[in-house]
Ligand binder design. Sequence first.
Ligand code: SAM
Length: 267
Amino acid sequence: MQRDFQFYIVPTPIGNMSDISYRTVEVLKDVDIIACEDTRTTQNILNHYNISTKTISYHKYNEQSRVEFFLDLIKEGKKIALVSDAGTPMICDPGSVLLKSLRENNVSVTSLPGACAVTTFLSQVPREDETFIFVGFFPKTSQKAEDLLSKYFDTNLVFYESPNRILDTLDLIKKIRGNVCVALGRELTKLFEEIIVDDVENVIEHYKTGIKGEIVCMVYPNNKSDDFDIKSKILNLKQKGFKSKEISTILSTLYNLNKNDVYKLTM
Ligand code: SAM
């Protein structure tokens, strides 16, 4: 027996149309309305599975204004499902604004398990431990990007990135973290799916003629034997006007290094 909810958060395929559960199809058939980012994109899935449920747009530009509308429908006894263009809603997709209001209004909400690029990726790249940090899309400003790469140098750092920017991002990773190991997942679940796990220099070389498709990337932790690019950090801080003593204090504190060793490198 299935429990009934008023609102369902529903994942859709990230590339392979068959990656959808029986329950997902049942729920999408059973609800009164499907809220979706792009009604035309979702209609392709609905047509494929003979689902005739009405759709309505819900995207980052009308998120706030739709909240009351959905709450009124729920008060009328209607059941709603939320989908995004692909994968799991609220994983780098809209939904949070609505969910906050639903919870505040004691609406019964559930989410269905299913396709998501980051979990599909993580479940097929080797890791020495379970720890990872997922930051969504990689920052667009170089300062934020550098800070992120420095802050999470000792854990698996996972992010989404566009094909237009990934080569610059790999160059930045090399600059900040040295020739660290990275994993890159491209076009997951699609015909030209590719996973590559290698030193960042080799990955850059592999894609030197360009890269297309949707991408998830992970930077492995720098371990002690890596050539962690502390010198580029020193240079960076020098360019910002910090003195050798200040630099050695900052870097030794941040990265748990010997202060005198760092000081010598600043000379
Ligand atoms: N909600 C989605 C999810 O559950 O993964 C993510 C939506 S986000 C707007 C889109 C980004 O997810 C893409 O730019 C790409 O980085 C990543 N992505 C989505 N599908 C992918 C795929 N098939 N292979 C690799 N990355 C994918």
